[in-house]
Ligand binder design. Structure first.
Ligand SMILES: CC(C)(COP(=O)(O)OP(=O)(O)OC[C@H]1O[C@@H](n2cnc3c(N)ncnc32)[C@H](O)[C@@H]1OP(=O)(O)O)[C@@H](O)C(=O)NCCC(=O)NCCS
Length: 162
């Protein structure tokens, strides 16, 4: 992986899957995995991807379209897949998909999807320019266009639209 400050990078360079086995300490009062545990793992995975892309610290600025599709049971292996979808000047959007794997059968179900947006920071903790995204496949181009539209909707909703 190249480390030049503003060299464009492909989403494949920073794609990441994080895994964690769901134990009793991850439980909510119903005996399933607590939603906050899942969101924390998503934020960690997305934050690592953003920092890898920018090679700068990155903070979460917004979380968008979080869906809890079905509960995660204790004893499952959680897999959090993240891929960079879109970048602006200083902001970075990451798509997260969560799967729960039954270790004895190998069956995997998709339990969550979400988009997290990060901002890269300089030494003074101010937003700093990030590398452009190398759109080297039809999928990457489609994800980028969809991310751009989501970001415009977010900024409009936050009263920051142009
Ligand atoms: C992130 C932060 C530095 C941005 O500061 P700011 O003064 O809004 O900075 P800017 O106006 O220059 O915006 C920076 C980028 O964030 C984007 N942004 C700001 N608010 C946003 C929102 N609600 N939704 C989506 N993007 C947003 C801007 O569009 C801009 O992107 P661009 O440079 O790609 O065009 C500041 O809001 C902050 O420190 N927030 C707290 C972060 C935090 O503590 N997170 C939790 C722990 S990690």
């Amino acid at each position: 992986m190249t480390t030049d400050a503003l060299t464009p990078r492909s989403p494949e360079e920073t794609r990441l899957t994080m895994t964690q086995f769901m134990q009793p300490e991850h439980s909510n009062s119903l005996g399933n995995v607590h939603g906050g545990v899942i969101l924390k793992l998503c934020d960690e995975c997305g934050g690592i991807i953003a920092s890898r892309h920018a090679r700068r610290p990155a903070v979460t600025v917004t979380v968008d379209s979080v869906n809890f599709i079905q509960p995660v049971l204790l004893g499952r292996l959680l897999l959090v897949h993240g891929i960079l979808t879109w970048v602006g000047n200083t902001s970075i959007e990451v798509e997260l998909e969560v799967e729960a794997e039954h270790l004895l059968t190998g069956e995997r179900v998709t339990t969550n999807r979400a988009y997290f947006v990060y901002v890269a920071l300089d030494e003074s903790r101010r937003p700093v320019r990030v590398p452009r995204l190398l759109l080297d496949s039809d999928d990457a181009r489609r994800r980028f266009a969809e991310g751009e539209a989501r970001q415009q909707r977010r900024l409009a909703a936050a009263g920051r639209g142009r």
